[in-house]
Design a binder for this molecule. Structure first.
Ligand SMILES: *Cc1c(COP(=O)(O)O)cnc(C)c1O
Length: 371
């Protein structure tokens, strides 16, 4: 039995005809950009996350760029972020003209290590961008305390964490602002590109609404150089239908994680650990092993979709060669990048599929000695 890494079509199969009707309603409405669907989704999304404002944009990458600019990040600034993340995190810092300064991550949660962040703050540091990697929230209490103490802005990159919680607070409700992606494989998906900025700050929301719309309030007076970055009505309508499903999907993902735990998989690979107070939503289920190549080969042979996320830390990517980073700078990140592998994880995954994955992993990886 082949098991895919993820299965975005299976989770919408039960209400496919409803989605088709929604598409046809939008087509007949004649409102394709902004309009009532986008406004309604923004209100529903803000209520879900527990924040004052939600601003729909074209994708999660634009959301980061616009949010960074709203927080005052620009040329000459430094922004601290992890190197263990999707490239959009440092890429958007660079695109504002600022410099990404990479900090190491916690070996258990794979999210920013606050002590290493503290050590990298300089007089030029403007902001911190914690990434809620693989669906688990970074340790936000000490990060917010540090930021307040040093006068820094905090932007949560929550692209992988829609619905995740820490001490009862949802991803996106901790920082000065947060960003989401609705890329089709994210936990709350649309069926194309989509993204969002959320914030409790009125000034950030107002500027974000202008920057996504060519730096203008009315398309007559232009006060900033902005972007054309809009969430369209079709995606917003789909997102409104998917939003009530996401807690159920996330709960099933946690069920799959506990099946992996019960299966004894932890005897052969390191399973991801959950940080204190966290309710993760397992955007990806990443395990660690020094026998990664053998694991990948055994999974490939059985049609199990194990894949490496992220194999090369960003401080060592060619694009950042001029920053003077060197191997060994971020020991935890470098170890996680060389040993991590994502196993199949999706909202419709069955126990049989989990067992199939576990059998494939066991075939590739010898039992760990001494735990
Ligand atoms: C997916 C993702 C993004 C970018 O989102 P897009 O919608 O693909 O532009 C940014 N950061 C992280 C951590 C992501 O996983």
């Amino acid at each position: 039995m082949a098991v895919p890494l993820m299965d975005p079509t299976a989770q919408i199969a039960p209400y496919m005809t409803e989605l088709e009707e929604i598409a046809s309603e939008v087509l007949r409405s004649g409102r394709f950009i902004f309009g009532p669907q986008v406004e309604a989704f923004e209100a529903e999304a803000a209520a879900y996350v527990g924040v004052k404002h939600a601003i729909g944009v074209a994708n999660g990458t634009d959301a980061l760029t616009i949010a960074l600019r709203c927080l005052g990040v620009g040329p000459g600034d430094e922004v601290i972020c992890p190197a263990y993340t999707f490239f959009a995190t440092p890429e958007t810092i660079s695109s504002t003209g600022a410099t990404p300064v990479f900090a190491d991550v916690d070996p258990h949660t794979s999210c920013l290590d606050v002590d290493d962040v503290r050590a990298r703050i300089t007089g030029r540091t403007r902001a911190i961008v914690p990434v809620h990697l693989f669906g688990q929230i970074a340790d936000m209490t000490p990060i917010m305390e540090l930021a307040r103490e040093r006068g820094l802005a905090v932007l949560e990159d929550a692209a992988q964490a829609w619905g995740a919680q820490q001490d009862g607070v949802k991803a996106g409700a901790f920082g000065d602002a947060a960003t989401f992606s609705f890329f089709p494989t994210k936990n709350l998906p649309c069926f194309g590109d989509g993204g969002m900025i959320v914030t409790n700050r009125d000034d950030v929301a107002e500027l974000a609404r202008m920057l996504r719309f060519h730096g203008s309030k009315d398309k007559k007076l232009f006060t900033h150089v902005g972007y054309n970055s809009r969430l369209d009505a079709l995606q917003a309508a789909f997102l409104r239908r998917n939003l009530p499903e996401v807690d159920g999907w996330n709960a099933h993902r946690r069920q799959v994680a506990s099946w992996y735990e019960e299966s004894g998989l932890g005897d052969v690979v390191e399973l991801p650990l959950v940080g204190t107070g966290n309710t993760p939503i397992w955007h990806l289920y990443v395990v660690h092993t020094v026998h990664r190549d053998q694991l990948l080969a055994a999974c490939a042979e059985r049609g199990v979709g194990a894949t490496v996320y992220y194999g090369e830390p960003h401080h060592l990517q060619p694009v950042y060669a001029d920053l003077g980073n060197a191997p060994g700078d971020l020991p935890v990140t470098e170890r996680l990048c060389s040993t991590g592998v994502a196993l199949p994880m999706f909202a419709t995954m069955t126990r049989e599929q989990v067992e199939e994955v576990v059998a494939a992993v066991r075939a590739g990886v010898p039992a760990r000695v001494g735990g």
